[in-house]
Write a protein that binds this ligand. Structure first.
Ligand SMILES: [Zn+2]
Length: 334
């Protein structure tokens, strides 16, 4: 350890020598390398974390640059996990940084979560958050839930066995298309930076074994209007995940599969009718949208997305099922 790098943290009574020592032995997983993930990863590594595992399936895009940490215009088109890892190694050469360019499905999530002390949520979709919650509750690994949209966001530390989990707070994900995505609703740059800082503080408290952390304290922040609210979420007695230990989101995922020709079919994980007219109105500003014969056809980012009322979609013009799944998650499944 560099002698003086962590001096200002060691003098904090909340951390001290012991807390800093634990941080220096800790491993964290940052799930998603967008704005939340890059800010959170940088804060954890600067705090003295020993090992950081990163996972993200996307490439750095121009539209990310207003809100992320770590990336520069020279990173455009590179896998986010690799670009983030390069920048993080320059910041903390003594730490081990392990990037994965992959979709965080149930199988990979179980593999990655098993080896870490805490998980930071930097995800851009709800489906994967429920997968992550199931895995963390199952394995007893703490994670910090964080979500941002528009000018506000919320975060809550989840300590399995000691407090509520994501499904105690929101028992089920909303139906596909019910919540707008960042692409539709927009996102104020400082919002993920602020929420990632709160989440990183929770993760540092978890890694240091601090007794001060309150499991299940949900902080909600609106940066534009200067509003902050804290709510103590209780464990739900009938929670399927942390109560009944039924891990619905770890079932083999009905997800993206290549069909004949150049189409990929993506199936929704949650059953329920989709309001195609509402989805069409949300997508209209982003591309060309037609509703015909009860099916919505949208042309976005050079691909054609055909969405059926049951939430199923056919994606044409993509190079892989993973890319189709990413587009589906971005525009339909949030
Ligand atoms: Zn629960």
């Amino acid at each position: 350890m560099t002698p003086d790098r962590f001096a200002r943290q060691r003098v904090l009574p909340e951390l001290g020598e012991e807390g800093q020592r634990r941080l220096g032995e800790g491993t964290a997983l940052v799930a998603g390398c967008g704005a939340l993930g890059t800010h959170g990863a940088e804060l954890l590594l600067r705090a003295g974390l020993a090992r950081l595992v990163l996972v993200d399936r996307d490439l750095v895009e121009e539209t990310n640059l207003h809100r992320v940490a770590l990336f520069t215009p020279g990173d455009l088109g590179r896998p986010k996990a690799l670009a983030a890892a390069d920048a993080l190694r320059r910041i903390a050469p003594a730490a081990e940084v392990v990037p994965h360019v992959a979709h965080l499905g149930p199988e990979l999530a179980e593999e990655l979560v098993r080896g870490v002390d805490v998980v930071l949520d930097g995800l851009d979709n709800l489906e994967t958050r429920y997968v992550l919650n199931d895995v963390c509750v199952k394995e007893g690994v703490p994670w910090v839930y964080t979500a941002v949209l528009g000018t506000s966001g919320m975060t809550m530390p989840i300590l399995p066995g000691r407090g509520p989990c994501l499904r105690c707070l929101f028992p089920d994900p909303p139906p596909p298309g019910a919540i707008p995505t960042c692409a539709e609703a927009g996102i104020l740059g400082p919002v993920p930076a602020a929420l990632a800082a709160l989440a990183a503080a929770s993760a540092i408290a978890i890694l240091a074994g601090s007794p001060d952390l309150v499991p299940g304290r949900l902080l909600h922040l609106d940066l534009w209007r200067g509003r902050a609210e804290a709510t103590d979420v209780l464990r739900a007695p009938g929670c399927p995940a942390c109560g009944e230990r039924r891990f619905d989101f770890l079932a083999p995922a009905p997800s993206a599969a290549a069909l004949c020709g150049d189409a990929v079919q993506v199936l929704p994980r949650t059953r329920g009718a989709l309001d195609l007219a509402a989805l069409g109105r949300r997508l209209a500003p982003l591309g060309t949208v037609r509703l015909r014969s009860g099916v919505l056809v949208a042309e976005l980012e050079g691909v054609e997305l055909t969405v059926f009322p049951d939430g199923r979609a056919l994606v044409k013009g993509v190079s892989s099922p993973d890319q189709a799944q990413a587009l589906y998650d971005r525009y339909v499944a949030r």
